[in-house]
Design a protein around this ligand. Structure first.
Ligand code: F6P
Length: 325
């Protein structure tokens, strides 16, 4: 093995740069040349790439975003796109391609496999934390802290006005971020896909009324995962007002994707970047480098999107039975 490629794909996540640094340093130590593709798989198709040396990754461990830029790439779901990508990788004489991204990006990798002769490896990088085979994905810990910082501030104004707030957090179709942020922020309600596929507005209103009966007119925060309500938290606020629950919606949005990675993300990213390259050298193929119970390990890429990972059901039950009222 002489030359490997790397790209960051899908939603950027804090810690992707730390991962690139570890990966390039480990490759260099193993006498491997690294080619970094720009804008995810688009860089493979458009042949936009650069050689990455230790010089290029020095001083980036603390940076949010990704040095390589990121993007989604619909062409990677077409036969033409996959064939072109494989041909371009072969032309560059790449022995392997490493993809840092979420399960959507890994699906692209799996689709590429029949056309590309080199090795393929994934590293979980997404704030959604919805990748099976790793307890945490790179970016989740930072996004959680960012959401908490925002919710704590909302709590101040909610306290001052004795107001009800709906805070919408990201997570695509999963509730990992919503549950973690809701628990850590001491939210009075958490609404996420793992609890209900459809919302019962009367129940939400009833919970608020009961809590206010028990606690008086204090602040009340509902953390809701995006995609839980048509039109989002703003539409839900309007519909709850029609049931006599006056509330304000706050959509945290893309601030959750940015910012300096917290220590936990830098450490995870460093571990997984280094481990992925070491495993590649050992011959790993079609695997994801993840971490379970603090230990790095390989997990089949084909299983990373199975949605077997669970939100913390113990804390969620406690929140519902005890902290909600
Ligand atoms: O996958 C990361 C994520 O931020 C999701 O939480 C969110 O649903 C989606 O990406 C937003 O994507 P975009 O930035 O393309 O709107």
């Amino acid at each position: 093995m002489k030359r490997i490629g790397v790209l960051t794909s899908g939603g950027d996540a804090p810690g992707m740069n730390a991962c690139l640094r570890a990966l390039v340093l480990t490759a260099h130590a193993n006498e491997l040349e690294v080619i970094g593709f720009q804008r995810g798989f688009n860089g493979v198709l458009d042949q936009e790439y650069q050689t990455l040396s230790p010089y290029h990754v020095s001083g980036i461990i603390q940076d949010g975003g990704t040095l390589l830029k990121s993007a989604r790439c619909p062409a990677m779901h077409t036969e033409e796109g996959l064939k072109q990508a494989a041909a371009n990788l072969h032309d560059l004489e790449l022995d392997a391609l490493l993809v840092i991204g979420g399960d959507g990006s890994f699906r692209g990798v799996l689709e590429l496999a029949p056309y590309y002769q080199g090795k393929l490896l994934g590293i979980p990088g997404t704030i959604d934390n919805d990748v099976d085979g790793s307890d945490f994905s790179i970016g989740f810990a930072t996004a959680l802290d960012t959401a908490l910082d925002a919710i704590d501030k909302i709590r101040d104004t909610a306290d001052a006005f004795e107001r009800i707030f709906l805070v919408e957090v990201m997570g695509r179709h999963t509730g990992y971020l919503a549950v973690a942020a809701g628990i850590a922020a001491g939210a009075e309600q958490i609404i996420c896909p793992e609890l209900a596929s459809e919302l019962d507005l009367d129940k939400i209103a009833e919970h608020v009324e009961q809590a206010r009966k028990h606690r008086g007119n204090c602040s009340y925060i509902i953390v809701i995962a995006e995609t839980m309500y048509p039109g989002g938290a703003s539409a839900l606020a309007v519909d709850l007002e029609q049931r006599g629950i006056e509330c304000r919606a706050s959509i945290l949005g893309h601030i959750q994707r940015g910012g300096r990675p917290v220590g936990a993300d830098r450490i995870l990213a460093t571990k997984l970047g280094a481990y992925a390259v070491e495993q590649l050298v050992q011959g790993a193929h079609l695997m994801m480098a993840g971490e379970i119970n603090g230990k790095a390990g390989l997990y089949p890429l084909a299983l990373t999107g199975d949605k077997k990972k669970q939100v913390d059901s113990y804390l969620l039950r406690w929140q519902q039975q005890v902290a909600q009222y």
